[in-house]
Structure formats: C-alpha cells, structure tokens
Design a protein around this ligand. Structure first.
Ligand SMILES: N[C@@H](CCC(=O)N[C@@H](CS)C(=O)NCC(=O)O)C(=O)O
Length: 322
C-alpha cells in the first residue's frame, strides 16, 4: 500500500494523523469523459470518442469501486468493445501488481506515471485507459459507469438507461447517502484509527442499512420500481459485507443475511445475467485479509461464511400493489 510522490513510489499506509483517526478518501484526479462523438463531457473538458477496441479497463475483482465499472461493462454489453486486465488480489508494498498485456508493466503505478510523469497521490483501480493517446481517461468509478451507460449506445444498440432523466434527483440523493455512510462508510469503520472515528462510522452505516431495509421492504429497487445505477453502486458493497466487512472492518452489529429485504435484493441483483461472472469471492477475501496487514497481521483468510446467492430471491411482486 503506498502512493506516488515526486515520481517515486513510496510504501505508506493511509495517514489518519490529521483527521482525528478518520479515513479520508482522496479525490480521483483523472476526470475526462468518453462521449459518443468525442465532444466534451459534463465537466467541459475535451472528451474521448467511444470506439471499439480503443479503451482498456484495469480492475481489481476485490474492489467495490472497480466492480461497478465491471458490472456496467457487462450489463451494457461492452465486453467486445473494452478489454479488461484484472490486477493481482494481494496488494502490498508495491501497490497493485499485474501482468500488463499492453506495455508489460508490473505495477499499476507505472501506468499512472506513463499517463502523467508528475502524478502525485494514490494509485487506485478502476482505471479507464486510452490506448490511442496512452493516457488515463478516468479513474473515478462513479463517472466511468455514467459513460458506459450511454457513450457506446449507438455502437452496441443497448439503450438500457440506468440513470434516466426523470430519476436524476432521486438517484443523486440516494447516491450521496449510500456513498458516505455505506460504500465509503465500511472503509471509514475499517480504516479508522481511533475508537471514536470507528464508532461514528459504525452507527451511521447501520442507520443507513436500516433505512435501506425499510425502503426495500416496500419497493423492489432503491429508486422505486426501476433498477438504476443507485442499485449497482449499493450492490458492490452489499455483496462483500458478510464475507469481509462484518469481520475485517468490524461492522458487526448484524449480518446482511439477517436483513430479509436486503438479502433478497442482493440475491436478485446477483442473479441478473452476467453479474455473477463479475463476483469473485476468492479475490475479495484474499485481497482484504491478506493485504491489510495493519488490520490482520497474520494474513489468515477466513474459510467462511457459507453463502448461497443463487437461492430464490422472492422479490417478484414487491411494491406492485403500492
Ligand atoms: N474514487 C475512486 C476510489 C477507488 C479506490 O479507492 N480503489 C481502491 C481499491 S478498492 C484502491 O485502488 N486503493 C489503493 C490505494 O488507496 O492505495 C473510485 O470510485 O473510482
């Protein structure tokens, strides 16, 4: 675990010294957009044109943020348009390691330096790479999934919209709470270095999970009757919860298996065609338990829990009469 400083890789755990023991996630720095025609994206910067075979996605199968991008690649049928490299599950002193098919690199930080030799900061997945200009288009998963949602529609013919105009406000509000308290909330609990910071994260996490359970008892998806990006953003945290966060990050008031609506919902999303192919519990468990030596110094990877995401989800008809 480390970061780039002055063109050099430095092995360093997260610094929580100036934030009262609280883990603060660094903002992503590469924020360009893929667009159908290469015109500027929402942030006004020059865009990158959606083209078959031009872009490459670097992911970790362990990482919930990278997982979002992988799911959108699958559900938007982009497999023949964008190739993928999966980094090694264990991330230690050199950061993410890989067998890079494009340039023969060994470490993800080398790709960041190739894009920008003056880049400073953490080296994270996912990375959406442009082979043509040899740079990073984006390393921000929330924006990569928005690009995948629409940029290739004319090429693939897949026009399913996970961020429909009519639901923007609702989805944005859901995303904000889910990001702060659940997606990033589990990390704020797990990476806290003071009791207070951990407990704050723990309580806001379970307040939000109780709220999600209430919503999902009444309606099929987070935004109502329609599956949206808000569901996929939540799903990648939920699927890891009982196997990793509950124990490793000490978010252990209860298992998700003990929330009836949430657990049926996770099974439903897991069973959507193609999604299970994006889930690797081997990478998920190996990564967290073997990489975070500060939290789990023995590196022992738990054998359990026994889980069956293929069991009947029972979500048909939820919310239909309301
Ligand atoms: N905001 C980023 C966060 C990505 C992120 O933090 N990825 C983690 C893996 S789950 C990572 O690569 N961490 C390496 C590090 O922080 O050094 C996104 O959503 O794309």
């Amino acid at each position: 675990m480390g970061l780039l400083q002055k063109g050099q890789w430095v092995d360093q755990w997260y610094d929580t010294g100036n934030s009262g023991g609280e883990f603060r996630r660094q903002d992503s720095r590469f924020r360009s957009w893929l667009t159908p025609d290469g015109n500027a994206g929402p942030n006004g910067e020059p865009g990158f044109k959606a083209e078959k075979g031009r872009y490459h996605l670097y992911v970790s199968l362990a990482c919930p943020w990278a997982h979002r991008a992988l799911i959108f690649r699958r559900i938007k049928q982009l497999q023949n348009y964008i190739d993928v490299t999966v980094v090694d599950p264990v991330m230690l002193k050199n950061g993410w390691e890989m067998k890079d098919p494009l340039y023969g690199l060994d470490f993800l930080y080398q790709l960041y330096l190739k894009a920008d030799s003056s880049y400073e900061g953490r080296v994270t997945v996912p990375v959406l790479w442009d082979k043509q200009t040899q740079t990073i288009v984006s390393n921000e998963s929330s924006e990569i999934i928005r690009m995948f949602n629409t940029a290739f529609n004319a090429l693939t013919g897949n026009t399913i919209d996970y961020y429909p105009d009519t639901l923007h406000e609702r989805i944005n509000a859901l995303n904000e709470r889910v990001y702060d308290t659940i997606n990033n909330g589990v990390y704020r609990a797990g990476f806290a270095t003071t009791q207070e910071a951990y407990e704050n994260a723990y309580h806001s996490l379970f307040n939000s999970l109780d709220w999600v359970e209430g919503l999902l008892a009444r309606q099929r998806y987070l935004g109502g009757g329609q599956l949206t990006e808000a569901d996929w953003r939540l799903f990648t945290t939920l699927i890891r919860f009982d196997a990793v966060y509950f124990g490793h990050f000490k978010t252990n008031r209860q298992l998700l298996a003990d929330y009836p609506a949430i657990s049926g919902y996770v099974r439903e999303l897991y069973q959507i065609p193609g999604v299970s192919d994006t889930v690797s519990f081997e990478h998920i468990k190996t990564h967290y338990y073997a990489s975070h030596v500060m939290i789990n110094p023995t590196g022992i990877i738990p054998v359990g829990p026994a889980q069956d995401f293929t069991a009947a989800h029972g979500r048909e008809g939820i919310g239909e009469n309301s």
